[in-house]
Design a binder for this molecule. Structure first.
Ligand code: NAD
Length: 251
């Protein structure tokens, strides 16, 4: 398998997109390091399924990120995927939610990247894949912190792609539209409140209204794109922001 001998650390991989990416990379032979929160028994099952190791680091705490990266050793593939969301008008946006979203969705990727790059450069090979979002390219109301964090990660990714351009290390964003995961389910009640809509109206008139295909993106489809970016044939794909959004950002 083409990722035999490569080690992949995927942040926020106990759930949703990160878990699907971990499964896809594992299926191509990568050794996987999982990270994220969740039920200890469920996480142990995932580790057994994937032959993976696990770090429970809270990525909003720099010391815990440093410990996770030191324990993982030199990783060949770094997937910065952990993220969170909060939906609120800007004038009511809770300050702690703003700080959490910027810390997790943006600053954590800076820390993991700065710690992963030296070993990648030494090996002359590496893949940095950042889960951004359609909201790295466009905006929706009531998601000020999220949109700022995702536009930020897109700019960060371009910058490191340029810095690493001659090292064999690529850096790219994957930008999904709406993928049915706990993160999306969790924002439905707040969106109902912010917009005065029913659950069905939020799903059909807010979420799927954005996607011309009228379908949620599947986590496995994001996993397949991550696998492609790890291929040798993708060695010249760097600094890109890959949309997988059912046509959302084409409009
Ligand atoms: P999810 O809620 O299913 O998964 C989030 C993961 O992050 C979980 O493993 C969780 O335990 C972990 N996590 C949360 N806080 C953490 C912390 N402080 N430290 C470490 N790990 C933490 O969400 P998802 O939908 O799979 O989202 C994954 C990524 O994809 C996020 O960056 C999100 O913004 C992005 N994204 C999601 C969608 C979507 O429609 N679901 C669309 C575009 C982008």
């Amino acid at each position: 398998m083409f990722l035999d001998g490569k080690k992949a650390l995927i942040t926020g991989s106990t759930s949703g997109i990160g878990l699907a990416v971990a499964r896809s990379l594992r299926a191509e032979g990568a050794e996987v390091v999982l990270n994220g929160f969740g039920d200890a028994g469920e996480i142990a099952k995932l580790c057994a399924e994937l032959g993976a190791s696990y770090s429970g680091a809270d990525l909003t705490d720099v010391a815990q990120v440093e410990e996770m990266m030191a324990e993982a050793g030199g990783v060949d593939i770094l997937v910065n995927n952990a993220g969170t969301q909060h939906v609120s008008p800007v004038e009511d946006f809770p300050i702690d939610k703003w700080n959490l979203i910027i810390a997790l969705n943006l600053t954590a990727a800076f820390h993991t990247t700065r710690l992963a790059v030296p070993a990648m450069k030494e090996k002359g090979w590496g893949r940095i894949i950042n889960t951004a979002s359609a909201h790295s390219l466009t905006a929706s109301p009531f998601k000020s912190a999220y949109n700022a964090s995702k536009h930020g990660i897109a700019g960060f990714t371009k910058t490191i792609a340029l810095e690493l351009a001659q090292t064999g290390v690529t850096a790219n964003c994957i930008s999904p539209g709406y993928v049915w995961t706990p993160l999306i389910e969790g924002q439905i009640p707040d969106t109902m409140k912010a917009r005065g809509l029913s659950r069905e109206e939020v799903i059909n008139d807010v979420l799927l209204a954005k996607q011309p295909t009228k379908k949620f993106v599947q986590p496995e489809e994001v996993g397949a794109l991550a696998v492609f970016l790890c291929r040798e044939e993708a060695g010249n794909v760097t600094g890109a922001n890959w949309s997988i959004d059912g046509g959302w950002t084409a409009e």
